[in-house]
Design a protein. Structure first.
Length: 335
């Protein structure tokens, strides 16, 4: 397929284990409209969610560009934290689409990086982002933990999907070593996702209290965050501070893995809710502690996206100018 086009109107769709969001882009030069938020578990699959979104948005799509939290296999995607199997050609036939495309969620997040304006993100540390200065990484915790990267060559953006969320994750100091034996294992392992995804905050808090011989109270993530805000000297605030340091450490790992001189961007549903509990100096210290390549880590800027629907804007940009993105359209488009 030498050229690809996505007939308008287009739905762009971001699907996770908890939520699925849709926005309508009616023409190549129009911005996507306000997003409609649905609950993933309320629909048996993508096709039914598209129909529900069409009713809410007052339009039927001719094309859909969708991303999901799970690995892409050609034209299909199985959500990791929900029972959906997204089969593009079957969805296109069922809904009556002219075209469609599936992306891994953080592949799509990576592709959104060129479209993120300064006012949609908060810098962490003094270094600023500079377009075209090298590979970029984006990662963030939600229901799961996503990681993606973006490289640019000859004016085209190439996304790199990743399943780095399923790598093993271990302690590096005495505090963490005391906590790790108490961490709940997921599939028998302690991974970056089991510690740093949204449910990981609950696991980390329970394990930290156990390491201090304190009783667990069975708090969920929202309650931990609320108590951390209410008492900055309490156990919950200490857990959130540790959580931020682990995020910073892993972000630094991914930064040096991809030599991400273009920067590391944080996103996801968890971090914006604890942004006011962030210690920037502690974050950068953990991010940069990468001897013998710490000098490289110090040159990598970091930021947090605060605009919830940035990925939808990024996918809308693909719809408008697909030729700017090095995607295997022939192997992945639905028709």
């Amino acid at each position: 397929m030498s050229a690809i086009s996505f007939p308008f109107p287009i739905f762009v769709c971001d699907t996770g284990g908890t939520n699925v969001r849709f926005a309508l882009k009616s023409a190549p030069d129009s911005p996507p409209g306000e997003a409609v938020h649905l609950k993933t578990h309320e629909y048996p699959g993508l096709g039914e969610a598209i129909e529900a979104a069409a009713a809410k948005l007052g339009a039927r799509p001719r094309s859909v560009i969708a991303c999901g939290a799970g690995p892409v296999d050609g034209r299909t995607l199985k959500l990791t934290n929900a029972p959906w199997l997204m089969d593009g050609p079957k969805v296109a036939k069922a809904v009556g689409l002219d075209q469609g495309l599936l992306l891994n969620d953080f592949e799509a997040q990576a592709l959104s990086l060129p479209t993120i304006p300064d006012q949609w993100a908060r810098l962490i540390g003094p270094a600023r982002f500079s377009p075209g200065s090298g590979p970029q990484v984006i990662l963030g915790p939600g229901t799961g933990l996503g990681v993606g990267a973006l490289v640019e060559a000859a004016g085209r953006h190439t996304p790199l999907a990743s399943e780095a969320c399923h790598t093993d994750f271990g302690p590096i100091d005495d505090e963490e070593a005391a906590i790790w034996p108490h961490l709940e294992r997921v599939y028998g392992r302690v991974t970056t996702e089991s510690v740093m995804a949204g449910p990981g905050l609950v696991r980390l808090h329970a394990a930290r209290l156990a390491s201090l011989c304190k009783p667990a109270e069975g708090l969920d993530g929202a309650a931990i965050v609320d108590r951390a805000h209410q008492n900055r000297a309490g156990d919950e605030a200490a857990t959130v501070a540790l959580y931020w340091r682990l995020i910073a450490r892993f972000a630094g790992d991914m930064g040096v893995t991809f030599v991400a001189t273009g920067g590391v961007t944080l996103s996801g549903g968890v971090l914006p809710r604890i942004l006011d509990l962030l210690d920037e100096k502690a974050f950068r210290a953990a991010f940069e502690a990468k001897a013998p390549v710490d000098a490289m880590a110090r040159r990598i800027p970091t930021r947090l996206v605060t605009h919830a629907d940035a990925v939808l804007v990024g996918m809308a940009a693909i719809a408008a100018k697909p030729e700017l993105y090095a995607i295997d359209y022939s192997g992945r488009c639905w028709k």
